[in-house]
Design a binder for this molecule. Structure first.
Ligand code: SAH
Ligand code: SF4
Length: 363
């Protein structure tokens, strides 16, 4: 199997160059070429001696394209307002993944994937409906950001935020996800600080504990969607393994140890989880996370996005507002997020690795 230059840390690169008897500073030059200049072809590294460029090319360039990139953009879809752009990429083993760019005021937020498909089977999620393909390598995660960083650079723009809310469950691919963030936040490269990243998890409790122990600056979001075990298990099968009591205990520990806020994701589904009973139960759970007089929680409610195999309907604006005000009456802050990129299947939970024509096919 060919290796990817994007899987290497700066240390790895230094080790490799030492083994090739090259001076150390060449590693810095290559690193900066990859992550500051955003070069992806060996010939762009013109400050390197020819022999070293050739060696890099032989070791890391893809045979088909001559580029270091292992992701091939296949389909690009842009929303009518131009604010959202979704790219479907194929990988050398023909797996697929998607990444989305959202332009909103000054923000340039990327939503990236950590797996091709997902093993968690949440019933309302298109990625869950397609099943599990495989984990992405850290390099494949990194490349999604570099792809869009290059695109934005042509317009003198930069990536400002990265949400790890694309295909897959990031904590089911923990090491590669964190390694990718390390590479993207490296000060000698892209230098996207950890605070610009948000990891969203379905609630894998042991991984949340591991993450807590690392004391990172990365933002954490938890996909909650239901405030009692029966309902949550019917929507998110992982709840049978890690029920709400265990999940919220891990959240409490996270807040206690890191003093960082947690966002709770809630896809509003009419008559299912947008009721005042659910809002009340949710606020009871979240109030238990209060520590030292402060409540470091926030609820992000987003009307459900349609997917092929789930019949539930999005809560309408009015019901969403009532849900929000009910939570607020219990002292829980809540934001109703805008739905974005629905018509190009780029909304939360709509990434299914299919082109638009396929995903809109009613069959
Ligand atoms: N696997 C992670 C991150 C990817 S999903 C997780 O589940 O948290 C990103 C977010 O989209 C999650 O909050 C998920 O619950 C939500 N989501 C999934 N399907 C959705 C849909 N059809 N409409 C709205 N949100 C959805
Ligand atoms: Fe996987 Fe998240 Fe979709 Fe659930 S919501 S199936 S965890 S991607």
């Amino acid at each position: 199997m060919s290796s990817s230059i994007y899987d290497l840390t700066l240390n790895d690169l230094e080790g490799l160059l030492a083994s090739w008897n090259e001076p150390r500073y060449r590693a810095d030059q290559i690193w900066q070429g990859l992550y500051l200049q955003l070069w992806d072809r060996p010939e762009q590294f013109s400050s390197l001696p020819r022999s070293l460029r050739d060696k890099l090319s032989q070791t890391f360039a893809q045979e088909s394209s001559g580029s270091f990139s292992t992701l091939s953009p296949k389909t690009v879809l842009e929303s009518h307002d131009g604010g959202t752009r979704k790219t479907l990429f194929t990988l050398p083993d023909n797996r697929v993944l998607e990444a989305v760019l959202m332009r909103y005021e000054r923000r340039r937020t990327l939503c990236i994937s950590t797996q091709s498909g997902c093993a968690m089977g949440c019933v309302f999620c298109a990625t869950g409906q397609m099943g599990f393909g495989r984990n992405l390598t850290s390099g494949e995660i990194v490349e999604q950001v570099l792809h869009y960083a290059r695109l934005l650079a042509t317009n003198n723009e930069k990536v400002t935020n990265v949400v790890i809310m694309g295909m897959g469950e990031p904590f089911h691919n923990y090491a590669s996800t964190l390694a990718a963030i390390d590479r993207l936040s490296h000060p000698q490269g892209l230098n996207l600080g950890e605070r610009r990243f948000t990891i969203s998890t379905v609630g894998l409790v042991p991984a949340i504990r591991r993450f807590t122990a690392e004391h990172r600056q990365i933002n954490l979001a938890i996909s909650l969607h239901a405030a009692d075990d029966e309902l949550r298990s019917s929507m998110l099968p992982i709840n049978r393994k890690y029920p709400l009591s265990l999940l919220l205990e891990a959240c409490k520990e996270y807040i206690a140890k890191t003093h960082r806020r947690i966002s709770f994701e809630w896809s509003l589904i009419e008559g299912v989880n947008d009721t005042s009973e659910q809002a009340r139960k949710l606020s009871t759970w979240l109030k238990m996370l209060r520590q030292d007089g402060s409540l470091l929680v926030h609820v992000n409610a987003i009307p459900l996005n349609p997917t092929r195999n789930y019949q539930g309907k999005a809560a309408n604006r009015q019901r969403a507002e009532i849900f929000k005000t009910t939570l607020e009456s219990y002292g829980i802050p809540c934001t109703i997020r805008m739905r974005r990129g629905i018509e190009i299947q780029a909304g939360c939970g709509q990434l299914a690795g299919q082109s638009l024509t396929t995903s809109m096919d009613p069959g």
